[in-house]
Design a protein around this ligand. Structure first.
Ligand SMILES: [Zn+2]
Ligand SMILES: [Zn+2]
Length: 275
């Protein structure tokens, strides 16, 4: 008898147990910080209109991402490296492979962050184009942008985004052990850039994406949308001419110009397929 349903329940349970304490810690940190340094003073995050939608994504996205990342890694090793058995897969992904895995782990982590951010910059620009915008519009549908909005991504956007890029770099040989550092950093940083904070980090605004940098990205087209595509390093926007940080002004008024995006998760997941 197959124990698949139990394995799935166990996997979902494990993921939830990991997310819960992280969520509580982030909630405390950003409640305190946005009390003192709000970019757009007003309602606290727990009183935003689409809180339930964001909480659903917050818990659903890591489970989805985990299942699809493992699936793609298994398929990739089979197709490209002819590895089909469980022991072979474990050995192949245990500590990376080839020349990249010989580098010190901190350098592999840095390489991963820079290379993935470069690919994600261009994928992000693609998602702002005509064919893919309907999937990415879900991420932009938050009108009250908060740290908890960070996970609001359509699965198609996640799949041809973070998940694909992670898998490409792990297949190239980078050790999955870098995720011990990269994972917590990206979780914190993605919540940070969506947080309701007026932080620009002064001269470091060119080095690391900040809340003000990314909140400008979430404004409407005439306010300056279609700028600031970088996830982590604004250097890509500077290099390719899409950097925008108006001096002495803070972003306001977020959301999509197209008002037809539903506000609840079920409608949002179906939305691109109805267009
Ligand atoms: Zn975008
Ligand atoms: Zn965003």
């Amino acid at each position: 008898m197959s124990s698949l349903p139990f394995d799935v329940i166990e996997m979902v349970g494990q993921t939830m147990m990991k997310i819960a304490p992280v969520t509580i810690a982030l909630a405390v940190v950003f409640t305190v910080l946005s009390h003192f340094w709000a970019c757009n003073p007003g309602k606290p995050w727990w009183r935003k209109r689409e809180l339930i939608t964001d909480i659903c994504y917050w818990f659903f996205v890591p489970v989805f991402a985990r299942v699809f990342r493992i699936g793609l890694l298994v398929i990739g090793a089979g197709v490209l490296f002819k590895i089909h058995d469980a022991d072979g897969l474990i050995a192949f992904y245990d500590n990376g492979h080839g020349p990249l895995s010989e580098l010190p782990l901190w350098l592999q982590a840095l390489l991963f962050l820079v290379a993935s951010d470069f690919m994600l910059y261009w994928l992000h620009r693609m998602f702002h184009g005509d064919g893919l915008w309907k999937y990415h519009a879900i991420h932009h549908s938050s009108e009250e942008l908060e740290w908890i909005s960070a996970a609001r991504f359509h699965p198609v956007n996640l799949f041809i985004g973070t998940i694909l890029v992670d898998v490409i770099l792990l297949m190239a040989g980078i050790s999955p052990n870098i995720m011990l550092w990269v994972g917590p950093f990206t979780t914190f940083h993605s919540a940070f850039v969506h947080a309701n904070l007026n932080w620009t980090l002064g001269p470091f605004k060119y080095a690391l994406a900040t809340p003000v940098f990314h909140r400008w990205h979430h404004t409407s087209l005439d306010e300056g949308g279609n700028t600031n595509f970088a996830g982590t390093f604004p250097v890509w926007d500077i290099l390719f001419g899409t950097f925008r940080m108006p001096v002495n002004r803070l972003p306001d008024d977020y959301g999509v110009d197209d008002q037809s995006v539903p506000t609840e998760i079920g409608g949002q997941l179906a939305y691109p397929f109805r267009q």
